[in-house]
Write a new protein. Sequence first.
Length: 199
Amino acid sequence: MRVNKGLLAVGAALAAAGVAAGTVPAAAAGTPRFLAPSELPPHASSAWTAGPVTAGQPDPLPMCVGEALPSISVHRAYRTDLDTNALQVTVVERSEQRAKDFAALLRKNLDGCAKKVMQEYPDITAEQKYYGKVNAEEGAHVYGVHTTATWGANDINMFSVGRDGNTVTLVHWGQMGGFADAQVADFKTTTATAVNKLY
């Protein structure tokens, strides 16, 4: 499968980093905790593995929201052996209001994601769905984006944006397929776990 680097290249970053399976490192007091591999939507035939919790923006940036991620971001990438990848990015802002504003910016970018993808990549067709709110801490919102490419790539991506106080987390999950392949209920559970683990 040929994957558009601007859309689903998280696996390449993992490979370049020589990532192996791991557990969440012990967090210092007041440091947000990240998802463990076992807390991601279950894969039918492959276990999740995770990279280290890493300071800075992820490379490559996730589609639609990547440009909004500040340098103070902290991220962790995940993958299975079968073309499924995930990413969690967490940002601790200086105040709750700044966190509210940042979460609103990410949601705005996701609201217009399909349109933006098609503008930037003329060989990509995209459509999206809003899957509603998840009740965890100050709340989280879940989106799905399906992309098809002229060369045959067919991918489903899910995103969530959640907040706890002055901390915002973004979770991304993607694999080959369409909306019928989106693990919506499982992803909502993952999102709630991610937000509840922030502190």
